[in-house]
Design a protein around this ligand. Structure first.
Ligand SMILES: Cc1cc2nc3c(=O)[nH]c(=O)nc-3n(C[C@H](O)[C@H](O)[C@H](O)COP(=O)(O)OP(=O)(O)OC[C@H]3O[C@@H](n4cnc5c(N)ncnc54)[C@H](O)[C@@H]3O)c2cc1C
Length: 380
């Protein structure tokens, strides 16, 4: 990609790469073991101005674009998938608020950029995941307020967030067209957070259930038009899927690098295992799919930056990248033999962390449905 980058993009990518190699990668095992939010690393990302990488300069960002955000994400996730996941939250939140928010909402952006304010986004519920329109959390208008009632599940940063961007029904009879988006400060009466979920991987991100028990917020906390949030969420997924694709790509790259280093080092049958063709073929397939994924992501990001619709391209990038990352990280583990199954080696953590990428931001079954719908329309 280097020859196609501007000097500024290269500089930002290199900054992220240095932080990832010098600070994030060395901390990744500790973050995984302790399963505690790595505030020190989060603040290091904020101090470098990386949360505003895709935000226009006039809004306080770096004035770059989605393409650059993807490059930065790949570097960060190469050091730690969990830190990559953490990085995505403020990057997406500032873009969302800048795009849809009022001046009151935009006042949160500087705090999100410098790390002093932490946000979370709550769409999923205990009984509603892929079928977003089936959510049951309500936001009832009462005079100058909304009163929010319901439970949200799996909220990343739920335990530590200062504000939550909550999707709730203002008109339960209207299905998807009755969903609105409301900012809820977590210190309000009636906000209850569950215990941190104990997860297979991606440790340190403080996921929990949040229950809203008749939480009263001013009507000014509504983001975007009443009833317009389903469309806002779907549009937002286009960008967030690129971020998740880049996160899986960074992890796949790390897995390939580890597999190659190990295969050169480890000798069996009198030669480095790299010289056995079965190992070379696994590595060749990794290299080929990683390169293809990078192109899919960058293509979709370029279209996004040009203001084009990318529902198809984002779904293709997400599906291809996360599936290939899962397969090739598993093969990287295989190349490590018994050592791959040990926590002594990074590939064991990559194997656990990458699994999530096939599940959230729309499961890969949902990505296939989107792709089929899009090409079905196009070539009918
Ligand atoms: C670690 C973690 C962090 C998360 N962070 C957040 C967050 O910050 N905010 C948030 O709102 N959510 C978050 N989520 C939730 C995540 O987005 C959902 O888990 C995801 O959308 C899937 O929903 P579900 O788990 O309810 O699965 P379900 O929707 O119940 O799906 C179960 C299975 O059925 C399949 N399926 C469902 N419908 C269909 C269909 N029509 N056709 C074929 N197959 C189908 C799915 O692909 C899946 O395999 C997080 C989840 C995890 C695990």
């Amino acid at each position: 990609m280097d020859q196609f980058m501007t000097d500024e993009q290269r500089m930002v990518r290199d900054t992220a790469r240095r932080l990832s190699e010098d600070v994030i990668a060395p901390a990744a095992a500790r973050i995984d073991r302790q399963d505690a939010f790595p505030r020190d690393i989060y603040m290091a990302l904020a101090e470098l101005g990386l949360f505003g990488v895709a935000l226009p300069e006039e809004a306080g960002g770096a004035g770059l674009n989605a393409q650059t955000a993807c490059l930065v994400m790949e570097e960060i996730a190469r050091g730690s998938g969990a830190v990559g996941n953490a990085f995505a939250i403020p990057v997406e939140a500032v873009l969302f608020l800048n795009h849809h928010g009022s001046e009151q909402h935009k006042a949160l952006i500087p705090g999100l950029l410098d790390g002093s304010v932490i946000s979370a986004t709550a769409v999923t519920e205990p009984d509603c995941g892929s079928d977003v329109a089936a959510m049951t959390t309500t936001a009832r208008r009462d005079g100058d307020d909304y009163v929010i009632s319901g439970s949200k599940a799996w909220v990343t940063f739920g335990q530590i967030a200062d504000v939550v961007i909550v999707f709730a029904k203002t008109d339960p009879a209207a299905g998807a067209k009755g969903i609105s988006c409301i900012l809820v400060e977590t210190d309000r009466d009636g906000v209850y957070r569950g215990k941190s979920e104990e997860l297979l991987g991606m440790h340190g991100l403080a996921e929990c259930v949040i229950t809203f028990d008749s939480v009263r917020v001013p009507a000014g906390n509504l983001i975007g038009p009443e009833g317009g949030a389903f469309k806002m969420a779907m549009e937002n997924f286009n960008f967030s899927r690129l971020m998740m694709s880049s996160m899986a790509l960074g992890m796949a790259q790390a897995g390939m690098e580890d597999a190659i280093a190990y295969a050169h080092d480890r000798k069996q049958f009198g030669k480095p295992i790299f010289e056995h063709q079965a190992i070379q073929f696994m590595i060749a397939d990794m290299a080929k799919d990683i390169a293809a994924a990078r192109l899919l992501i960058q293509h979709a990001a370029r279209l996004y930056d040009a203001g084009q619709p990318i529902a198809l391209e984002a779904a293709q990038a997400k599906l291809f990248t996360t599936d290939m990352a899962q397969v090739h990280i598993s093969n990287a583990l295989q190349i490590h033999g018994g050592n791959g199954y040990s926590q002594e080696y990074r590939v064991e953590r990559l194997f656990r962390d990458v699994r999530l990428s096939q599940i959230y931001e729309g499961t890969n079954q949902i990505q296939r449905m989107i792709i089929a719908r899009q090409v079905g329309k196009k070539y009918a």
